[in-house]
Design a protein around this ligand. Sequence first.
Ligand code: ARG
Length: 587
Amino acid sequence: MKDLAGQLSDAAGAAFAGLGLDPALGAMRRSDRPDLADFQCNGAMAAAKAAKRNPREIAQGVVDALSGHPLVASAEIAGPGFINIRISTAGLAAMAEAIAADKRAGAISADQPRRVVMDFGGWNVAKEMHIGHLRSTIIGDSLQRLFRFMGDDVTSDVHLGDWGLQMGQLINEVKLEQPGLPYFDAAFKGPYPKESPVSIEDLERLYPQASAKSKADETRRNEDRQATAELQSGRPGYRALWRHFCETTRVSLERECAALGVTFDLWKGESDAQPLIPELIDDLKSRKIAELDDGAWIVRVARNSDKKEMPPFLLVNRDGAAGYHATDLGTILDRKRTIDPQLSLYIVDQRQALHFEQVFRAADKAGYMAEATLEHLGFGTMNGKDGKPFKTRAGGVLKLQDLISQADTAAEARLTEAGLGADLPADERTATAHKVAIAAIKFADLSNVRTTNYVFDLDRFISFEGKTGPYLLYAAVRMKSLARRAADEGVTPGAIAIELDAERGLVLALDGFGDAMRGAYDKRLPHILCDHAYSLAQAFSAFYAAAPILAEKDPVKRASRFALTLATLKQLERALSLIGIETPDRM
Ligand code: ARG
């Protein structure tokens, strides 16, 4: 469906062409002065410059040509040659009807669907989650929803950190606690127990313990390195135990993801890239893309045009170990072979920007994947009120589970305060509070420009007032309850007619959906969708305040306003679903 700006641009483009000028000059956009106009076109000034003609004269020609157009109520020239357009009520009504009839509620689709890989989540087995992982998960999920809805073939991969030194540390820590387990007996022939000897709680307890010891004691650190090396070279007992660590972590993460409403297509990890690394090393050495430098194998990725220092990509370090760089390059090769993506998005903390730059350049230099198809989408941190990355009150790192349960509790309290949901059955009320909680967390995160930092403030996030997730849920619920009442009263939607300013405003808001999707999609910036959802809800609020809907006496107006409400509900729910927010039926 073409939005009003698109339709107007076509019409104005034809008018410019009729004057012997470039039709691209007809581009229309939302007016900077909504009090004066709905749309504006600045093409006459550019045209005048190029053709050495008078801009107002050109504008007059365009305005004359547009005058009879069914979308145009008025076309006027302002200042040096701005063309200001007011949309006709018939044009607005037709747009509203089209959105009401559209299964996709006015959403656009990609011109050219692509195979896209999204790498997000990125938690580490056993290590605690940090705020970067939470943001990665929320932003990545909203992007995967948007890209899929646009028509792309998206594969999301959680890319677990399952291959580092923490594994050797854990193995040794478990060995201290449960030395009799068969995993540590090199002579054991198997099979190893199916049940994990450690729970997620054990892992959460053991890892900090192990890492503290490793840090404090050099002998222990060497043992941990040794265990890691043995694990990585395939010692069966260590592999079996490691699989338990990964599986246990994964089960717990899947539970947390379910609570957040986030899914992944692939639960691969850094370990999945390891089988490709020997090949990678051989290949880069034999083609002389990698070179030996002070005992390490590196790929030089610096360019003359670089404004900052660009250290080389590290393929193999001086100890002969392949690290994070090699793992990511191996993963690129793996994805190339299994998915062959046309675009790969890495939704990872801004602090890893240099890492990805090096990896992408190396991938390009190696001819595995073109740099232009690899994008790092960095983001800022969520800070505490002290301006430092958010910690729990006890000063510890945040656990996702705790954050969610904190938000659940706060949501319950807010519902009570607002006198909402009092008559719901207990389980529905709990489910509703959970939706409010998740909406609060996600909207607070996504409504900020991705790259900026923001301050964690649960009280503000969970408020039903202001630009918040709960406000938007409340708006949707209000429309749903109106729809239920309409059904009870036998009111059905009818032809849409536009009469009041608030109705105009609402249709203009609805018309903005496609453009918001386009912006969020092209720039990978979910806040643009958040802004749209919020302005739609506000426009609905104004409409609701200005016009009686079910209370309207005139049945034709009533049916029109009800139809407009349903179209708004459909689009609001769609927009929210694209940022991962689900609306309850009642509150
Ligand atoms: N596990 C990493 C970390 O916690 C993030 C992984 C990001 N993805 C990637 N392909 N490197 O920092």
